[in-house]
Design a protein around this ligand. Structure first.
Ligand SMILES: C[S@@+](CC[C@H](N)C(=O)[O-])C[C@H]1O[C@@H](n2cnc3c(N)ncnc32)[C@H](O)[C@@H]1O
Length: 311
């Protein structure tokens, strides 16, 4: 049964800004998402000004914001308090600031924060941006992300590292077959198709991802070379020259042997989306599966790694 729709919603919403100990953003986002609060916005996720030399703001670490209905304040704070207790943060290590925002203003404000940016030779922007073509360099490849709730706006450090890795790999050895595990919006798979991959496949169990990824492929005219479906890695078959697995550390550890199985003999694997504190067991699991780490990336507390099959 679907939730009843409020026929007369309040004109204001409550924006709650959480300052949390740095490095806990991913965990808090995941926990609150699981508790039904949607995904918090990591406001620094969209570096502004990369196309027109505006100054790029220094990221304020450990800040997440959630926008909730005014009447939900107490329930949200109780959930967050409970989480802070479980995570055993030190006293004073976190705080919540609340402010009322006009419903209408908020619905447009997040769009203003989302700026086009250049990454790995792609100019990543949302489908609502009117991109000023005059700012593009001759070899820029526009990568348009359809708005929706699937993961993968390109703003997250792990996605950006993946895009740069793709571009570098392509310069060394292009690939015909690319597997995008947990494709979210389809950003990595579509980027590979734009570079020339003949067959791209991707799956994600997050319900909105399939439609959004198909839409993204269609927006770029590469839908015939991209197959995206709702599912988990176990549903993929075949062997692939490039495998993207921008997944959280627990999944990477569990999936290490299966990821190895999906790679062709000359295949390259990108793993991203794990944090410094999880790096050792994640890299060990991938090595134990017969993979050799060829490069480790560090971005703040985020880690990503590239692998080939151990000879
Ligand atoms: C960090 S996001 C990456 C999205 C996109 N590929 C990117 O790089 O921006 C990880 C994605 O993996 C998906 N995922 C979770 N469990 C999965 C599984 N068992 N098999 C495949 N994908 C999974 C999540 O739903 C999520 O969309």
């Amino acid at each position: 049964m679907s939730a009843p729709v409020d026929p007369d919603p309040s004109p204001t919403l409550l924006r709650l800004v959480l300052r949390i100990p740095p490095g806990w953003e991913e965990t808090v986002q995941w926990q609150l998402d699981q508790a039904g609060w949607g995904t918090g916005v990591y406001e620094q996720a969209f570096p502004a000004g990369h196309l027109d030399d505006e100054p790029v703001g220094r990221p304020e670490e450990g800040t997440l914001s959630y926008v909730v209905e005014e009447g939900e304040r107490a329930r949200f704070l109780a959930e967050f308090d409970r989480l802070a207790g479980i995570l055993d943060w030190p006293d004073g290590g976190w705080e919540v600031r609340g402010e009322s925002v006009l419903r209408h203003d908020w619905e447009t404000a997040w769009r203003e924060k989302w700026k086009p940016f250049r990454c790995g030779g792609f100019v990543v922007h949302a489908d609502f941006h009117q991109l000023d073509r005059g700012l593009l360099r001759p070899d820029d490849i526009p990568l348009i992300v359809p708005t929706g709730s699937a993961f993968g706006t390109g703003g997250h450090p792990s996605t950006r590292i993946a895009l740069r890795t793709l571009r570098r790999w392509w310069g060394v050895r292009p690939a015909e077959r690319v597997l995008d595990v947990g494709m979210g919006t389809g950003i990595l798979g579509v980027a590979a198709a734009l570079l020339g991959a003949g067959q791209v496949a991707g799956m994600d169990p997050d319900p909105p991802a399939e439609e959004q990824a198909r839409k993204m492929a269609a927006l770029h005219g590469v839908e015939e070379r991209c197959r995206f479906w709702n599912g988990v890695l176990e549903s993929a078959e075949g062997s692939w020259q490039i495998v993207f697995a921008n997944l959280q550390s627990g999944l990477l550890q569990r999936y290490a042997p299966l990821l190895r199985e999906r790679m062709s003999a000359d295949g390259r694997l990108f793993t991203g989306g794990f944090m410094d504190r999880n790096a050792a067991p994640t890299l060990a699991a991938l090595r134990d599966a017969g993979l050799r780490c060829t490069r480790l990336h560090e971005h703040g507390r985020w880690r990503a790694a590239e692998f080939e099959i151990e000879a």
